[in-house]
Design a protein around this ligand. Structure first.
Ligand code: ADP
Ligand code: MG
Length: 462
């Protein structure tokens, strides 16, 4: 079916569905339909009996799939007597798909808008939430972005999957382009680089090869994502090595990301040593406060009024997804979609509904008398008063005692942050999370702190 026919067919199906809803359902349902489809007009392609329709984001996709897909399929079936169905994909998925069908040989003209488009729009510094685990990486990234010449070359961003490497790298690209729209910022995944190279050489076409080389040598800033995928690709390594040296010599900034330190990569020695020339920064696993802060930031993209989602919900999600921000974010999105789609309130109970029991919500096991008991044990152990403990005092001994209290209440009694805050001078949960993280991050390596904690716990159990 050619695209116009597909377009018409889809329009026809839509208007049938609209009639159906208008005639037999409430005005609200009708209005809902109209607003949902107001901006969905984009038939992308027809393939394997599927009409692919592009929608702006996951939220919308979730909604149309849930409420309208099967009805549209029925209508299409009636209209055509064939098993034609709809498939909704986000613009992002469409772009991925286009890359697959039409693997771009290196662009003929380097078009800034094209480069900009390769950088994911939301991966900016503004949207990057900073915490202990990524502070250094963030500040070095900002420095590189701010410097008019290649500062540390390369900037080597490493870390486990889903911790913000690509985000940080693209943020540098955005920043540079925002300040200098003429800069030739080239982003490529290692896979893309290897594919482009393979295609350019396999055609045995000198022109193609030159185009490829010119493209990468023309970079003012080269961003190469996931260089661990250079492993096992000898020829690609050789080729990449050439551009690396060329750009390095010309003082052009190179930024790479990797899941490991360079010395652990199985690459040719020359290349490996190049990767250690600059500065290595690591994005580490985010602590609880950072996870909560990230969730809060992401929420602003998902719903109009982020305050509608209470802190205890964010805390529960942050508690259950601890070592991958992508999954953390995914869980939040699923939860929000679920509640919005079914018009449910944003409650703790609905987390379990939405995410299928994968969440550990803390019941309120700790009683206020336990907390009072803890307070007095802590106070006497640290030779301060209970009033000090809940006061605003920033004296280091008092702050320390307070943080130990937060740590024990959370770690041993699974007390919700909000509740701890309420019992400690109405502190907000972020303050409590921060104090907890402070202890958590050092307890394994600091015997003194371990002793303090163990002492108090033992005392409490008596
Ligand atoms: P990586 O490249 O390390 O696998 P990404 O950069 O793709 O990870 O990050 C995965 C997801 O987590 C992205 O949606 C990104 O925006 C988000 N993310 C990771 N760290 C942060 C952070 N510090 N602030 C905001 N979002 C973050
Ligand atoms: Mg990545």
């Amino acid at each position: 079916m050619i695209i116009e026919d597909t377009n018409n067919l889809f329009k026809q199906a839509l208007s049938s569905l609209e009639q159906e809803i208008k005639n037999s359902e409430s005005e609200i349902a009708h209005n809902n339909f109209l607003t949902t489809f107001a901006n969905i007009i984009d038939v992308y392609k027809f393939e394997n009996n599927f009409i692919y329709i592009t929608v702006s984001d996951y939220m919308l996709k979730f909604k149309v799939e849930k409420f309208y897909s099967s009805r549209l399929n029925d209508i299409l079936h009636n209209l055509t007597n064939e098993n034609i169905r709809v498939k909704f994909i986000t613009t992002e998925e469409k772009e991925e798909d286009e890359k697959k069908i039409n693997p771009s040989i290196t662009p003929e003209v380097i078009d800034i808008n094209k480069t900009k488009r390769r950088l994911r729009a939301e991966f900016t510094f503004d949207n990057f939430v900073v915490g202990e685990s990524n502070r250094f990486a963030y500040s070095e990234a900002r420095q590189v972005a701010n410097s008019p010449y290649a500062l540390f070359n390369p900037l080597y961003i490493m870390g486990d999957v889903g911790l913000g490497k690509t985000h940080l790298m693209m943020a540098i690209g955005h920043y540079i382009l925002d300040n200098n729209p003429n800069a030739n910022v080239i982003y490529t995944s290692t896979q893309q680089f290897a594919d482009d190279y393979f295609r350019a050489t396999s055609r045995k076409d000198r022109e193609e090869m030159i185009k490829f080389a010119d493209y990468y040598r023309g970079a003012d800033v080269l961003l190469v994502d996931d260089i661990q995928f250079l492993e096992g690709k000898q020829a690609t390594q050789e080729e990449f090595f050439k551009y690396f040296d060329y750009l390095h010599e010309h003082n052009k900034q190179i930024i790479v990301t990797s899941d490991r330190v360079a010395t652990d990569l199985k690459l040719m020695a020359r290349l490996k040593s190049r990767f250690t020339w600059g500065v290595v920064v690591e994005v580490k696993t985010p602590d609880l406060s950072l996870r909560i802060n990230i969730l809060r930031r992401k929420l602003a993209f998902l719903i109009q009024n982020p305050k509608d989602v209470p802190d205890d919900v964010l805390e529960a999600i942050a508690n259950s997804f601890t070592n991958n921000v992508r999954e953390l974010e995914g869980a939040l999105r699923t939860y929000v979609n679920f509640c919005v789609s079914f018009s449910l309130p944003f409650t703790l109970e609905n987390i379990n509904e939405a995410l299928g029991k994968s969440i550990t919500t803390s019941d309120n096991v700790v009683k206020s008398k336990d907390i009072d008991n803890l307070k007095s044990i802590i106070a006497s152990y640290f030779q301060i008063s209970v009033e000090d403990l809940v006061s605003d005092s920033r004296k280091s001994q008092i702050v320390y005692a307070r943080n130990i209290s937060f740590y024990i209440l959370r770690e041993e009694f699974k007390t919700p942050l909000k509740k701890i805050g309420d019992y400690f001078g109405n502190r907000d949960h972020a303050t409590v999370a921060h104090g907890y993280d402070k202890i958590k991050s050092v307890i394994e390596t600091n015997q003194q702190i371990k002793n303090d904690v163990n002492y108090v716990i033992k005392k409490m159990s008596k």
